[in-house]
Write a protein that binds this ligand. Structure first.
Ligand SMILES: Cc1cc2nc3c(=O)[nH]c(=O)nc-3n(C[C@H](O)[C@H](O)[C@H](O)COP(=O)(O)OP(=O)(O)OC[C@H]3O[C@@H](n4cnc5c(N)ncnc54)[C@H](O)[C@@H]3O)c2cc1C
Length: 408
């Protein structure tokens, strides 16, 4: 029976671990924490079936000026972080040009299209249906111009990819969401995404099933990874774990873990924040407030506000959560905060917006599965399937070439 070590137990690591286990491999999942406690815990919990185009960097002058002058809540930055991440950010900017973005999109869409069906298989196996809603999410617009622009964009995606949406008037939005005090110019309702009431609990449920089905979880440090004979080994609490194959699925920590092996992989790190609120009457479905760049999602712990991107070098928070909270209080009775301090985590974004899926170019038996950016919670099981197909020598469901690490 082939053996594998999977380093990192977020959605990406659990995704590949479970896909390999289902193909008859002996798999050990290794993390320094319990599964699903980092980025895969703190996100907005949307399985984004509508996100067929990756998230580009704004390139028009007005949007760039708004970011530079701190006039948008979508993106905040520290100057020094721009220097630290210069190479990766320049690549992201270059690939965000319409021609580059157009070239990347088919490869991104191929993964997104597989996302809900792969999650569904995991959900059934894990008995996790109680965490899932299949009614989509909405994007609220405060201005008619913003609404018109988003509807035109949605129409384009509908005709290009068949993505389903409904444009809602303010009255329709108020009818669907009685907790809203303000319905702006209406909303775009994306109909196909699924939403999760506790993202960390979904990863944990998948990991629990993995263990029940014969996989092993070990507490260990990825930094101890070393080649051993024809395979790999890592130090874990219960002793050394060895396997023929190792998979690096360490989310935003992946490039650092690969440095000792000689890989210099650029990554854009977009920090995000969240906090829960004890709203007496929660929303029915997650709502993105487009004008203020945050998502308000009904979750098990309360209404969760998740923020946009912060390019940061220090641990200092950006102020995005305060702006989002003030804007959300116009929309609903938010109530008091649940936690004393906000959570923060980092979206692991590759310069060309495509995740890294495939063999490490210079090490036999070492495989890479990271860089899922804005949609790793969506994509982990689907990209896990693609990597498992490559590792087992099966026919891949889509051409894996665009995701190869050899591009860096
Ligand atoms: C605010 C915010 C909102 C988001 N909203 C969404 C959304 O709605 N939908 C969506 O699809 N995506 C969303 N995302 C993106 C998504 O959360 C990430 O892409 C995804 O969680 C990345 O998963 P991962 O498994 O690669 O990384 P992680 O979940 O971070 O997992 C990496 C694991 O590696 C472990 N690890 C790290 N270093 C070591 C080490 N040295 N030794 C051992 N273990 C180690 C960590 O403990 C962790 O468990 C959002 C992200 C943010 C920040």
């Amino acid at each position: 029976m082939p053996t594998a070590l999977v380093l990192g137990a977020g959605m990406a690591g659990v995704g590949i671990a479970l896909q390999l286990l289902r193909r008859g491999w002996s798999v050990t999942l290794v993390d320094r924490k319990l599964p699903g406690l980092e980025t895969s815990y703190g996100n907005a919990g949307i399985i984004q079936a509508e996100a067929v185009e990756p998230y580009p960097m704004p390139r028009d002058l007005a949007a760039m000026a708004a970011i530079a002058l701190g006039r948008t809540n979508d993106v905040h930055y520290e100057w020094r972080a721009l220097f630290d991440q210069g190479r990766a950010l320049f690549g992201y900017w270059r690939h965000s040009a319409p021609r580059g973005h157009g070239r990347i999109t088919p490869a991104y869409a191929a993964l997104i299209r597989q996302a809900t069906s792969e999650h569904q298989q995991f959900i059934t196996l894990a008995g996790a249906d109680a965490l899932i809603r299949r009614d989509g999410f909405r994007v609220l617009h405060r201005s008619g111009a913003g609404m018109d622009k988003d509807v035109a964009q949605a129409e384009r995606l509908k005709s290009a990819y068949g993505v389903a949406f409904r444009a809602m008037t303010p009255d329709e939005l108020r009818g669907a969401e009685p907790a809203l005090a303000e319905a702006g110019a209406g909303a775009v309702h994306w109909l196909e995404p699924w939403t999760v009431s506790d993202p960390g609990a979904l990863v944990q449920a998948y990991a629990d099933y993995f263990c029940r089905a014969g996989g092993r979880f070990a507490s260990g440090e990825a930094g101890s990874l070393q080649s051993a004979g024809s395979g790999w080994r890592v130090d874990a609490d219960g002793g050394r774990v060895e396997a023929e194959h190792a998979v690096v699925a360490l989310g935003p920590w992946s490039p650092e873990a690969l440095r000792p092996l000689g890989y210099r992989i650029p990554m854009v790190r977009k920090r995000g924040y969240h906090r829960h609120y004890k709203a007496p009457r929660p929303l029915e479905l997650p709502l993105m407030d487009a004008a203020h760049g945050y998502v308000l999602a009904p979750m098990a712990r309360g209404m969760r506000i998740t923020t946009g991107a912060h390019l940061a070098r220090t641990d200092l928070p950006s102020g995005q959560l305060q702006v989002a909270e003030a804007a959300a209080r116009d929309l609903i009775a938010l109530g008091a905060a649940v936690e004393a301090n906000p959570w923060s985590g980092t979206r692991p974004c590759m310069p060309d917006m495509l995740p890294v899926i495939g063999p490490a170019p210079r090490h036999r038996g070492l495989w890479l599965h990271f860089g899922h950016g804005h949609q790793g919670f969506t994509l982990g099981p689907a990209t896990g399937r693609l990597l498992a197909e490559m590792m087992t020598g099966a026919a891949p469901f889509t051409d894996p070439a665009p995701y190869s690490a050899a591009r860096f």
